[in-house]
Design a binder for this molecule. Sequence first.
Ligand code: C2O
Ligand code: CU
Ligand code: CU
Length: 534
Amino acid sequence: MSGVSLAKGFRMKRIDQRRRSLLGGIGGVAGVAALSPSLLLSACGNDLSADSSTGVVSASEADKDEVDVDFRLRARRDTVPILPGAPSEVWRYEAAMFHGPANTLTPVSESYPGPLIRLRRGQRVRARLENRLPEDTTIHWHGLHVPPDVDGQPRLPIKPGDDMTVTFDVRDRAGLYWYHPHPHGADGGRVGFQSYAGLAGPLVIEDDIESALGLPDGEQELILILQDRSFAGDNELTYLGGMGSMMTRMQGFLGDRVLVNGRPPETRDVGTRAYRLRILNGSNARIYKLAWSDGQPVTVIGTDGGLLAKPRQLPYVTLAPAQRVDVWIDLSQADVGQQLSLVSEQYRGGMMGGMMGRSALPAGARFDLLGLRVTDRARDGRSLPQSLDPELATPPVTAATPIRRFELGMRMMRGFSINGRQFEGAKVADDEIVALGDTEIWEFANDTRMPHPMHVHGLQFAVIGRQTFSGRRGWSGLDAGLVDAGLHDTVLVLPGERVRVALTFNDFKGLYIYHCHNMEHEDNGMMRYYRVRA
Ligand code: C2O
Ligand code: CU
Ligand code: CU
């Protein structure tokens, strides 16, 4: 073992330039030099263990009856195939089951994404989180209603070499959630870097209401994680770097190409049946405009927080970072040989990724995400249920519900702010304290030139209003795809927009965070704690 295992950006010059596998590295490619606090991945390839991605390890008998599901997630360096040719060095989650249903963990692909974790509402879950990275990390269960101390917040980092065990009850509705790191130290956030390096995975919750609908499953349920990445040299991932770095931090990172489940977009063979596409935008900053290549409307059956009350048809779906959408596509009338693609359509994306942002795939560029090729005449009795969850409950809002306002602003050269403030660790201001059990309206007003996908930890909210109060600053072509129905944990606030959400702070008191989920914005301070007091 000869490698420098990992180096902070400021130590990077000491690293042999011939070394393979830099992330944000210096590897001789013009304009890809990294700036602090970028890190690079080492060339040290021999920490590849014999672990398969979902191996089974033994647990002591005593552990078995306390919880319904028991597994571990290990964050580690690895080398995986992404593009054709040389494999790429990544950071990723490797998982193993101790106890629980056999379908709890399934690999997403042979690339970097963490395994699909499938849970059921009502289960008690224990997860051992192992940090085998050279820096602090956490694991956040994005979208889940869990107590503050198991929420993977920056104030509870797992040190390199350490483990942390968390236990929680699955209380959320059936839906697609996800997990990713959430570290933020004295030098700023590392969410963007660690997620980009490969640390993210999907988490599905099932429940009886959803099961009764008989939605497409097995081969007819496709989980799609959308991310964009840039590569240099020998398929090395590159992150922030070079002259564009300051701009990238202001705008968010846009990769030169899009990956689906950690691989280049592909075409799948399908039958004349119904399919359920469960799509996660796991990108650092890119907004997708999801549409069908033949122009047919997109049928949406669910959002971040699970199924809608009833299906909705939209010309396209706007999916901001961290958001999920559940899409129904019926191919029963298709002919064998027919082909259809899920694409990201063109829109106007301000200056982002254009002249100043240096991405080969600027915001609003059109590209393919998934091809569906009908190869098989198959019978499928399924039809789209006209009612999905008639009992879907949203926070109870009245004329007396208090409104809390958040101004999304900019700090010259220092990133974005919320009510003029940036992240200050677990410090909570007087106007960031809410009462347990209360329902409030939070209003996010965006007077900047960038869209901000605002995310609140610990709950799902309803989007109850959206208003344009000033110009869109070059952002257009996304409005008709905003899915405001249903429940959400992340809402896109476009430039010049004021968006209201209704939230209830149930069950858990203590500290949570709220932030922009453009990961570069979040890492550069567009994040705050709030406190739920008893
Ligand atoms: Cu996806 Cu603070 O989280
Ligand atoms: Cu979250
Ligand atoms: Cu933002």
